[in-house]
Design a protein. Structure first.
Length: 115
């Protein structure tokens, strides 16, 4: 299940390669983000203003985010100072719309067949 943060935004304090799965962010700013439990995740965008990558945060310990790389976009290397921010993404919106469409279809089916 996806979890969300309001206005969470910080920066990487060290650069990362395209295969690193731990992101170290500014001291004391880890608490701006969710601490997902088993089965939960938060989508976070890394961007330098020109390129972007959406990662799936599966754990947070203080100011270190454990991530699955390239959830949306291509995994790439990022420099210290890269912006890290909580995101509502195209994938999130598509999943919400699918749920709403399924729910609306079921409600119509139930109304037509069980009244």
């Amino acid at each position: 299940m996806q979890v969300y943060s309001n206005y969470a935004k910080t920066q990487l304090i060290t650069g990362v390669s395209d295969t690193d799965t731990s992101l170290s962010i500014k001291a004391t700013e880890g608490g701006l983000f969710q601490d997902p439990t088993v089965g939960e995740f938060e989508l976070v965008t890394l961007t330098d203003g020109l390129f972007w990558e959406v990662v799936k945060v599966t754990d947070r310990v203080n100011d270190v985010l454990t991530v699955t790389r390239g959830h949306e976009g291509v995994a790439r290397s990022w420099l210290a100072g890269t912006v890290v921010k909580a995101s509502i993404t195209e994938d999130t919106m598509n999943r919400l719309l699918q749920r709403e469409e399924v729910g609306a279809s079921f409600a119509l089916f139930a109304y037509q067949n069980y009244r």
